[in-house]
Design a protein around this ligand. Structure first.
Ligand SMILES: Nc1ncnc2c1ncn2[C@@H]1O[C@H](COP(=O)(O)OP(=O)(O)O)[C@@H](O)[C@H]1O
Ligand SMILES: [Mg+2]
Length: 261
């Protein structure tokens, strides 16, 4: 289960990407980075953030705690910026938030080159979930207390913007497809043990583990998905896609090794 909090104060926008996440305070006195359901890619970005983040955590990678964050309509009333007020209004209800890591710094591979094992694990993970957002220009990695933390998975699982056929050859092809963005990955130059990463990580993501992660998605983010009868069917489609990605032989792992060479 993910914890649920209620946002009590909008503190400040984080104007790095286009989605205008914000630092907020919540009723548990915690500080969070809130990702708005009403932003650009809508609720699918939140699904991707949740699913990819929790998969990474299962693989032993560090991800800030993910919580569900309720937004009351009153929160935006005192907000002077009309763009932000609008975003808050459109996001009333359940949003996603990540525990804010105070004092964290953006990761720079030239300052602190990562070890080969960790780099390979992160590259393998991003290839699994097709996360195109870990480039040298925009690493989406934070250094906090001397360790590397993964953030910003909203652009992963991009198949869900255009669902492949949920069975048969199309699903199989999607499962095997090489991760085209591997060459732009900030950690690719350090990832020289992809095979070892694959052997260590793939067994962690059993069908039960996939199911448990997908079951964490709040129903509000799945209801009324075009082409699906109900939220349960959408959940099943996420699990089927991830299973097909993990099914052997994993052609995308071979392709990744080539890219890393
Ligand atoms: N949990 C966090 N703790 C501290 N800073 C964060 C956290 N999440 C995001 N940030 C900061 O906010 C910026 C924007 O957040 P991010 O999740 O990358 O969204 P986007 O790139 O879509 O705007 C990050 O580059 C980082 O500097
Ligand atoms: Mg980002």
């Amino acid at each position: 289960m993910l914890r649920t909090v209620t946002a009590t104060r909008y503190v400040t926008p984080l104007r790095e990407g286009g989605s205008l996440p914000a630092i907020v305070e919540a009723d548990d006195l915690g500080t969070y980075v809130l990702k708005f359901r009403g932003a650009g890619q809508g609720r699918k970005a939140l699904v991707a953030e949740l699913v990819a983040g929790e998969l990474a955590r299962r693989l032993g990678l560090l991800v800030p705690e993910v919580v569900l964050a309720k937004l009351a309509p009153e929160l935006g009333r005192s907000e002077p910026d009309p763009e932000i007020q609008d975003l808050l209004k459109r996001s009333t209800g359940v949003n996603l938030a990540l525990d804010y890591l105070p004092g964290s710094l953006g990761f720079d591979p030239l300052v602190e080159p990562p070890g080969s094992e960790l780099a390979s694990c992160i590259v393998w993970f991003d290839a699994l979930v097709t996360n195109v957002d870990r480039t040298p220009r925009n690493t989406n990695l934070l250094v906090w207390h001397g360790r590397l933390w993964l953030i910003d998975h909203g652009a992963s699982l991009y198949f869900h913007h255009n669902w492949p056929s949920r069975e048969g050859a199309a699903l199989e092809a999607a499962g095997r497809r090489p991760f085209a963005a591997a060459r732009d990955h900030v950690l690719l130059p350090f990832a020289d043990s992809i095979r070892e990463a694959d052997a260590a990580l793939a067994p962690c993501l059993t069908p039960e583990a996939l199911r448990a992660v997908v079951d964490l998605i709040p129903i509000e983010w799945l209801d009324d998905e075009p082409g699906f009868a109900d939220a349960g069917e959408v959940r099943a489609a996420y699990v089927a896609y991830l299973k097909s990605r993990l099914r052997e032989p994993r052609d995308w792992v071979g392709a990744l090794e080539e890219d890393a060479r």
